[in-house]
Ligand binder design. Structure first.
Ligand SMILES: *[C@@H]1O[C@H](CO)[C@@H](O)[C@H](O)[C@H]1NC(C)=O
Length: 292
């Protein structure tokens, strides 16, 4: 009885501290708890009690500024990934978090905890970020590199925002491989090349079937299920610059957007153009290219 009261007080204190500090919270999805994500903290006991399984790969998903579990990018990442493989998908809840430094501190300490206390190798952790979350992912990866002396393998950045209000801007030096999908460049996203490879579907600015910036912006994560599918058919063309994005000015290749670099002889790099359809399945594939 006394223990319960003490736990209750501790719980209330935690809530009070969270309310004051604007804490970064985490939600864990696995196939075992698909419908009901578990709220977790960056501490050993919380993770041990959760359905986190250290032998499965981990995806750390960072939404837009102030995004939470109701933000569509969160469920898009969870469902795209769980369709393909058993994974721990840890989504960052930014609804209470307004300080960039604190967000980066808190997410990077979770990565470090997974690495040190759960023996999760860094190369089993993928960072995915949408809009401002892409830059936050870069900041987290840079911090992990600073603290552990080795790099995270990959950041997948989905229509990153211009990032002008943020201290850390995503760059290729943040991880071994940074890939970027631009779907609303010049609107809610940016034209700027931020990765080793930057894809500009349909020219990168407006997406088919979209009449608003937010529709084109959000298309970036709607493409994810097909990017991660073994049937990925986003055949892409390599371009010389963002000024010359187009079906006729770029060189068509066998490379597909977001194709796992292990399958390539060389990691993709540079600027790529591709065309998509306006609804799922979005990819047009090599058959279509044959008519261009
Ligand atoms: C953000 O948090 C850091 C570290 O806690 C603090 O030094 C900084 O002043 C905060 N920034 C703002 C804008 O509140």
């Amino acid at each position: 009885m006394r223990m319960q009261a003490r736990q209750l007080i501790a719980f209330i204190l935690t809530l009070a501290i969270a309310a004051v500090c604007g804490e970064t919270k985490f939600l864990l999805n696995t196939r075992r708890v698909q419908e009901n994500p578990q709220q977790i903290e960056a501490e050993v006991e919380a993770l041990v009690r959760s359905s986190f399984y250290a032998a499965d790969p981990t995806v750390l998903s960072i939404p837009r500024w102030l995004g939470d579990s109701s933000s569509p990018e969160i469920s898009a990442v969870v469902s795209a990934r769980l369709q393909q493989q058993d994974s721990n998908i840890i989504s960052v809840d930014l609804s209470q978090a307004t300080n960039e430094t604190e967000i980066i501190d808190s997410v990077s300490s979770l990565v470090i905890l997974l690495n040190r206390n759960f023996d999760v190798p860094l190369d089993r952790i993928l960072l995915v970020g949408f809009a401002e979350g892409a830059h936050l992912a870069g900041g987290v990866a840079a911090r992990v590199q600073q603290d552990l002396g080795s790099q995270l393998p990959q950041i997948t950045a989905l229509d990153p925002s211009p990032g002008e209000d943020l201290e850390h801007k995503l760059s290729p030096s943040d991880a071994e491989f940074v890939e970027v999908v631009h779907t609303n460049a010049g609107g809610e996203g940016t034209w700027e090349q931020l990765g080793h490879v930057d894809y500009y579907p349909n020219g990168g600015q407006n997406q088919p079937g979209c009449s608003t910036n937010s529709c084109s912006h959000e298309r970036s994560f709607e493409l994810l299920a097909e990017i991660w599918s073994p049937e990925n058919d986003f055949v892409s063309a390599r371009c010389g610059s963002v000024e010359t994005l187009g079906a006729s000015s770029c060189r068509w290749s066998t490379h597909k957007m977001g194709q796992n670099r292990e399958e390539d002889e060389l990691p993709a790099s540079g600027i790529y153009f591709l065309e998509t359809r306006q609804s799922s399945p979005f990819s047009r594939g090599a058959y279509y290219i044959g008519f261009l």
